[in-house]
Design a protein around this ligand. Structure first.
Ligand code: PMP
Ligand code: GLU
Length: 396
């Protein structure tokens, strides 16, 4: 019999959709995959070379659990340079992806009886990681009219004496919104007043458009820094999803507990990936600029396409690489015997009838939407958008 804990969670819906789309493709079907949030760019050569060198030099053994010192130092330098945040080595942990850092945080902080505030729509793994630790996710609804930014008053009204933490994600997956400094200041005030922690997932911080700036809530003042664990990683900025390197920075006691947990689970992140990560963070950075200008081109194209399809409307995201269009006007319509009454129905309809893979909004906590990742070529986006238009036109 499985544990109670295992029974409470589901597989990651984004990874599940990606696996499904890839399986259909492997059968020879010409599917357009807007499913998974993974850059279609190759990892830059200088990073690959650093890994090859590490293998050749025999850097293939256990390392310190929380990461090698040169990598921790590169992470410290990154926080200083990008976020004006000052950390020491004992305030940093390197994990097997940002997802793993987040998991370690959940293990270190949450337990039975705790409530964790999650603005909704949310990234798929936050609630399940809270549930895995037998704590309770409490969703704070956000609205398209507010660009999906959580209202400080809404946070306040969900706080109880059990509330332990707030999970923030800016730029956000799935909405692509980016929090401005003023909003973060108001949130920080509430967090301090109610003695909460903030888990700030900043993995998309370098993927910003339209001149928008990223602020880490931890950088606002000392008080909020002492309550925040910042999470970041290399998957998105350096096209390194498979290398599994993420990291977190925060108060020493929490980082120590996370490191203990990691020492009893995965041990160190892969030694070779750590060497590659040092090169990613300290080597030339122009790769990001080039990838970003391509993402920007795709973003503008996709949003325009989506908004020209009757029944679909999409706000313009300012960060990450996702479009999160409102599709609720399509619900209640049918094509032959297929009736669309939810985001799940729509995603399935588009998969089966249009050969387009995307993720239903329900997976992110809002059924009125679907999520498309535009981390795929402009030709694929053109083809995919055309297919969606055609399929949606069949609904009446
Ligand atoms: N946070 C967010 C918001 C994400 O979209 C992802 C998806 N990859 C992650 C964390 C985890 O990234 P990784 O484990 O690949 O570092
Ligand atoms: N975070 C990406 C996404 O949302 C990758 C999949 C995952 O880690 O769940 O699609």
């Amino acid at each position: 019999m499985l544990s109670n804990r295992a029974g409470k969670i589901k597989p990651s819906p984004t990874l599940a959709m990606d696996a499904k789309a890839k399986a259909i493709k492997a059968e020879g079907s010409d599917i357009v995959n807007f499913g998974v949030g993974e850059p279609d760019f190759d990892t830059p050569d200088n990073i690959k070379e650093a890994a090859i060198k590490a293998i050749r030099e025999g850097f293939t053994k256990y390392t310190p659990v929380g990461g090698i010192d040169p990598l921790k130092d590169a992470v410290i330098e990154k926080f200083m340079k990008d976020n004006n945040l000052n950390y020491t080595r004992d305030e940093i942990i390197v994990s097997c992806g940002a997802k793993h850092s987040l998991y370690n945080i959940a293990q270190a902080l949450f337990g039975p009886g705790d409530e964790v505030l999650i603005p909704s729509p949310y990234w798929v793994s936050y609630p399940d990681q809270v549930l895995l630790n037998e704590a309770m996710p409490v969703f704070v609804k956000t609205y398209e009219a507010d660009s999906f930014m959580v209202k400080p008053e809404a946070i306040k009204s969900h706080i109880t004496n059990k509330t332990k933490a707030l999970i923030l994600n800016s730029p956000s997956n799935p909405t692509g919104l980016t929090y401005d400094k003023k909003s973060l200041e108001r949130i920080a005030e509430i967090v301090a007043k109610h003695n909460l922690y903030v888990i700030s997932d900043e993995i998309y911080e370098k993927l910003l458009y339209d001149g928008v700036m990223h602020y880490s809530i931890a950088s606002l003042d000392k008080e909020i820094k002492s309550r925040t664990i910042v999470v970041n990683g290399l998957s998105k900025s350096y096209a390194m999803t498979g290398w599994r390197i993420g990291f977190a920075a925060g108060p020493k006691e929490i980082i120590k507990a996370m490191t203990n947990i990691q020492s009893q689970s995965t041990s160190n992140p892969t030694s070779i990936s750590q060497k590659a990560a040092v090169e990613a963070l300290t080597g030339p950075q122009d790769f990001i600029k080039n990838m970003l200008s391509e993402f920007d081109r795709r973003r503008i194209f996709l949003i325009k396409e989506l908004n020209s399809i009757p029944g679909i409307s999409c706000i313009t995201p300012t960060g990450a690489f996702y479009a999160f269009p409102n599709t609720s006007k399509l619900y209640g319509k049918s094509s032959g015997s297929i009736r669309i009454s939810s985001s799940t129905d729509l995603a399935l309809f588009l998969l089966e009838k249009a050969n387009v893979a995307l993720v239903h909004g329900g997976a992110f906590g809002d059924d009125n939407y679907i999520r498309l990742s535009y981390a795929t070529s402009i030709d694929e986006i053109k083809k995919g958008a055309g297919r969606i238009r055609e399929a949606v036109n069949q609904l009446s």
